[in-house]
Design a protein around this ligand. Structure first.
Ligand code: PGA
Length: 260
């Protein structure tokens, strides 16, 4: 695990974007795992800028998203399909049919998740997975108590996540309470993980994920077992880490070597 601590989320996102850009340059047919939420927005903005400047291209890339609200149509302005279109896909040269988001209106969710996992495997697996982290330490919608061996499935959100997400909906009652989500072990299959965490309300989650025990009560802690995992944090999200100085000393070299 490499922990990159930056002053601001913009600086952290720029560095994370450099890793994505390096992948796209080395492997134009890269398979990207993408995330929604407020956290990856500055990363997507940096990638949109790079694409507009001709530095990177998504033309041959494919993407799969982590999750989707159960019961929301792709056209709903709070669906994750809508989020991806408006925050990234509509602004870069990716071919829309190569972008995949779980169908929150699938007739049979079991068939939907099976086909989704099979399609990722057929594409060769995810090269780089972008992740946010919930204030309770969740990755995708793998809430505390989700098995670390979990696969893509229908899940129930915790009251805390429903509350966190209610800021995006007109009424709290409109927030879906279930979602289709990639499982922890599905996420762990990505060749590289890039997790972003910003703000003081993520400090406990980051502390648990990086320096706590590996536990299903903080599903991001499973990432401690991943061979190529990068955390990009702002100062507030990293505030509770014990070994901050060590991470900073180590990470600068690691990132330099990666982007050389
Ligand atoms: P956020 O959500 O980016 O909106 O804070 C992160 C998450 O729940 O994974």
């Amino acid at each position: 695990m490499e922990i990159i601590i930056c002053k601001t989320k913009e600086e952290a996102s720029r560095k994370a974007a450099d890793l994505v850009a390096a992948l796209l340059k080395a492997k134009p047919k890269a398979v990207l795992g993408l995330a929604t939420g407020s956290t990856p927005v500055p990363l997507y903005q940096a990638l949109i800028k790079d694409c507009a400047a001709g530095k990177i291209s998504f033309k041959q890339a494919k993407s799969w998203n982590l999750d989707e609200y159960w019961g929301l149509a792709p056209t709903h302005d709070q669906s994750y399909r809508y989020f991806m279109d408006t925050n990234l896909f509509d602004h870069v040269d990716i071919v829309k049919k190569n972008t995949h988001v779980l169908n929150g209106l699938a007739k049979d969710w079991r068939k939907e998740v099976k086909a989704y996992e099979a399609a990722i495997a057929k594409a060769g697996g995810i090269d780089l997975q972008v992740l946010g982290i919930g204030s309770d330490g969740h990755i995708a919608f793998n809430e505390p108590g989700s098995s670390l061996a979990s696969r893509t499935r229908l899940v129930s959100l915790t009251p805390q996540t429903v509350k966190d997400n209610s800021r995006f909906f007109k009424k709290a009652a409109d927030v879906p309470k279930q979602a289709l989500s990639m499982g922890v072990s599905s996420i762990m299959e990505a060749k590289r993980i890039v997790l972003l965490a910003f703000g003081a309300n993520k400090a406990d989650a980051v502390k648990g994920a990086v320096e706590g025990g590996v536990s299903q009560f903080c599903t991001a802690s499973a990432l401690q077992m991943h061979p190529d995992c990068w955390f990009f944090c702002d100062a507030a999200a990293a505030a509770k880490l014990k070994l901050k100085k060590y991470y900073a000393w180590r990470a600068e070299e690691a990132l330099k070597a990666e982007l050389a």
